[in-house]
Design a protein. Structure first.
Length: 357
């Protein structure tokens, strides 16, 4: 049974130049969208008790606390349910943060990206470095004790020293979680059509990732998934639900879900979503389920559990994939429960995981 829900809020004040996510600068559509979203939830949610609820986007912090409250109240939340809202530093005030806490939001993911003001302007962010500090401090004043920040590496004009300065400034904020993403220029983004200047080479981007990993792990943070670092006890429960290959609902335009063995996605067009949300669904075969168990499991630092794979799929992992384990032996670590990728293995994980097909 699904115990997690992802809700996509596809609205922004402006589009960042690296962004290829489904989002629209059409705030006038928010009321109709909220109504359609509520209908979709009522039609599909089966009253399961939730461990996590995540509002992503887009910019979910464009929604009023009242609208967020109406959506949260559609669900049955377990005691201690992790309710995350993605926010932009320039969208929030202390009153807003206090209001969303009152309707149930207890975790923030702040879209900060970098402390370099020149780069922030270059990539189309509306905020500056000082607004990142203000947003974090306001969140603390409002009572939030679980705050995550985003860090993008491989940005135009970014250097290894620049990444180090970013990390030092982020850690000075005394936050609990850092999500790190290497810049990828994807179709649908401004940068896809207009090449950004001075992009770091692929080798330098890999060096940046290694540096981030070593820097954070030498502090109070540990990497628990390819892109995510947390202080002990502050790992994102919602993220882990994905990587543990567990089921979840996805509501909203362009949202994806996994329920009763079926992967599905919703329509990306606002107008089409308002008429009927679902675009595509596919019931996974046992072979596909096994492959996903492996792909998702190897994203976690703890790796895959061979006993669970045997129990769920009747497969002896070491026997079935002996050739792959031998071929990439120096990139795997044997754990108490199975296998994990080491740091060098993470860097070439796409190549390694393709051999499990």
């Amino acid at each position: 049974m699904p115990s997690s829900v992802y809700i996509h809020i596809p609205f922004c004040k402006s589009k960042c130049k690296y962004c290829s996510f489904v989002s629209f600068c059409r705030p006038e559509m928010i009321p109709k969208y909220i109504s359609a979203l509520e209908r979709e939830i009522v039609d599909n949610y089966k009253d399961e008790s939730l461990k996590t609820l995540y509002f992503g986007g887009g910019t979910p912090s464009l929604l009023s606390a009242d609208d967020l409250g109406k959506i949260v109240n559609k669900f049955k939340l377990e005691c201690g349910c992790e309710v995350t809202l993605e926010v932009n530093p320039d969208d929030v005030t202390e009153n807003y943060l206090k209001s969303i806490r009152e309707v149930g939001v207890n975790r923030l993911s702040i879209g900060s990206q970098t402390f370099d003001d020149e780069i922030l302007k270059l990539i189309g962010r509306r905020h500056g470095s000082e607004e990142i500090k203000k947003a974090v401090n306001m969140a603390k004043e409002a009572g939030f004790k679980n705050i995550s920040v985003d860090l993008i590496y491989g940005l135009p004009k970014q250097t290894l020293d620049g990444v180090k300065r970013d990390l030092e400034k982020f850690l000075a904020l005394d936050i609990q979680h850092v999500s790190t993403y290497g810049l990828k220029i994807e179709e649908g983004s401004y940068f896809y059509e207009h090449n950004p200047p001075n992009l770091p080479e692929e080798d330098l981007q890999a060096d940046m990732y290694e540096f981030i990993n070593n820097f954070l792990e030498s502090s109070e943070f540990h990497r628990y998934e390819v892109s995510n670092f947390a202080k002990a006890g502050f790992e994102s429960k919602h993220n882990l639900n994905y990587w543990n290959n567990s089921e979840y609902y996805g509501f909203g335009a362009a949202a994806h879900g996994y329920v009763d063995g079926v992967r599905y996605s919703n329509k990306c067009s606002l107008e089409e979503y308002l008429k009927f949300p679902m675009e595509y669904s596919h019931r996974l075969t046992n072979k596909e389920k096994l492959e996903e168990e492996i792909f998702l499991g190897f994203r976690k630092t703890e790796g895959i559990n061979t006993a669970k794979i045997k129990e769920k799929f009747g497969v002896d992992f070491e026997q079935k994939y002996a050739d792959v384990l031998k071929k990439y032996a120096k990139y795997f670590e044997k754990t108490q429960s199975g296998y994990a990728l080491n740091l060098q293995g993470v860097l070439i994980s796409n190549i390694i995981l393709a051999d499990f097909l």
